[in-house]
Ligand binder design. Structure first.
Ligand code: SDX
Length: 427
């Protein structure tokens, strides 16, 4: 380990301590740089910047490794449950059977939303994008729970976190029901977390709904694969909003807004739309050419990643799950064949190989979600539902971190220097 970084500016020397984590890149502590040199670092997009210390998720982008509290994502996806992963992310350890049962009971008892919240949905047009609805109604939760917004009270933070985890499926299902003109279903707490969500989404009051265990297991695995991912854009948004002491429900609404972007969580919707636009294998070269054309803004959606310069381990699990679910459901979706062929062609094309562009978590997820019956407009809502457990875990960690203070980046100013105001009559 290097113990310090030496910097000489204008003939003035400065040493900046190097800090090491348990694994992964060391960091140069530059907190004193501006005071010592009158200069900032410059890192648009934070490609080389660690904004915090964290113990929750570790990613090695070159090796394609993703660990949640040290546990590999493929083992969690194959052997764990979303509720168990939620407990792990929030508490740092896998729960005992008793801890797991208490956690599930606690979350289950927060699944209903205030009856007044349902009126917020009726203010939207029926064709409103479900993510627009989620930005609104999750933010509106901040108007309902005045008993759990003292962020310096750890118990209130826990209650707010449990409420968010528990109510996201209910609100997501309500957003879907509203878009298709069907009545909302109340939660049925005799069902699992994921089964409850499926029933609220696809059930109707007119007849009983039986949860399909194949779909329940696939959905739970998809939630696990989306649960957390280090300091991605939406998590950083939640942390930055939370650093001002903002209402926890409003912070999660800010995360939802950021996740919606097609460069981030919105890519799952964009990826399936792209695969459908390609339509057949013989049209793949046309789209590959467009993705490589600097003058064409088109990018292969579901491909590439800021951190992964190898296979996104979540994409590997997602591809296998897609194949398994389609087979078990007896669904043949030509889009899956297009996705497989596109992946093979891209991964042998020098452009993608040289730029280390691989499929990411969003490339295959839409195929499964579509087979289950979700419209593409709901895909990012499902991403937000799952990522809520990561957001609340990271938000709690940020508040408990004594090094954290309100986030306030600086800038390189390239605008006008001082000039005197010119009255309108003189212009
Ligand atoms: C998620 O951060 C996270 O962890 C996010 C996430 C999570 O779980 O929270 O993993 C979820 O957001 C996954 C990513 C979903 N987005 C997409 O699939 C959209 C398509 N991908 C890209 O837009 C892009 O790859 C990003 C946004 C994901 C990453 O972009 P970067 O890191 O800023 O890299 P870049 O845009 O600078 O690209 C590097 C080069 C560029 O070419 P050059 O300027 O060097 O010549 O690669 C090219 C890009 O043009 N490139 C692509 C491409 N992605 C990057 N070219 C074609 N198709 C693509 N998909």
């Amino acid at each position: 380990m290097t113990d310090s970084a030496h910097l000489t500016i204008d003939g003035k020397d400065g040493d900046y301590p190097v800090m090491a984590g348990t694994v992964g890149p060391e960091v140069v502590d530059i907190r004193k740089l501006y005071g010592n040199t009158g200069r900032f670092t410059y890192d648009p997009g934070f490609t080389s910047t660690a904004a915090c210390e964290s113990k929750i998720t570790y990613i090695d982008g070159d090796a394609g490794i993703l660990l949640h509290r040290g546990y590999p994502i493929d083992q969690l996806a194959e052997q764990s449950s979303f509720m168990e992963v939620a407990y792990l992310l929030m508490n740092g350890e896998l729960p005992t059977a008793a801890e797991h049962d208490l956690f599930v009971r606690t979350i289950t008892r927060h699944t209903m939303v205030h009856e007044q919240l349902a009126t917020f949905y009726r203010g939207f047009r029926r064709d409103a994008h479900p993510m627009a609805i989620m930005c609104g109604v999750v933010g509106a939760l901040s108007a309902f729970y005045h008993d759990s917004t003292d962020i310096h009270d750890s118990q209130q933070r826990v209650i707010a976190s449990h409420r968010l985890i528990a109510k996201m499926p209910t609100m997501a299902a309500m957003a879907y029901k509203y878009s298709v003109g069907q009545p909302f279903l109340y939660p049925d707490n005799s069902l699992s977390y994921t089964g409850n969500f499926l029933r609220m989404t696809f059930g109707v009051p007119a007849e009983p709904y039986v949860v399909d265990p194949v779909i329940e297991a696939a959905m739970d695995k998809i939630f696990i694969l989306h649960a957390d991912h280090e300091q991605n854009a939406s998590t950083s948004t939640v942390r930055l909003a939370g650093s001002s002491g903002a209402n926890p429900f409003a912070c999660i609404a800010a995360g939802i807004a950021c996740l919606w972007g097609p460069a981030h969580g919105g890519a799952n919707e964009a990826a399936l739309n792209m695969l459908r636009e390609i339509g057949t294998v013989d049209r793949i070269p046309e789209f590959i050419a467009r993705a490589k054309n600097k003058d064409d803004p088109f990018r292969l959606m579901g491909f590439g990643h800021r951190v992964y310069k190898n296979y996104d381990p979540r994409a590997t699990v997602m591809a296998a799950t897609a194949k398994e679910v389609l087979a078990k459901m007896g669904v043949t979706d030509p889009v899956f064949d297009v996705a497989r062929e596109l992946e093979q062609i891209a991964l042998s094309d020098p452009y993608f190989v040289d730029k280390k562009l691989y499929p990411n978590v969003d490339f295959y997820s839409g195929i499964i979600l579509s087979a289950i019956g979700f419209p593409t407009s709901m895909f990012t809502v499902l991403f937000a539902l799952a990522r809520t457990v990561g957001w609340v875990a990271q938000w709690n960690e940020m508040i408990e971190d004594h090094d954290q203070k309100i986030g306030r980046p600086r800038q390189l100013y390239t605008g006008e220097t001082h000039r005197e105001y010119v009255p309108l009559a003189a212009r």
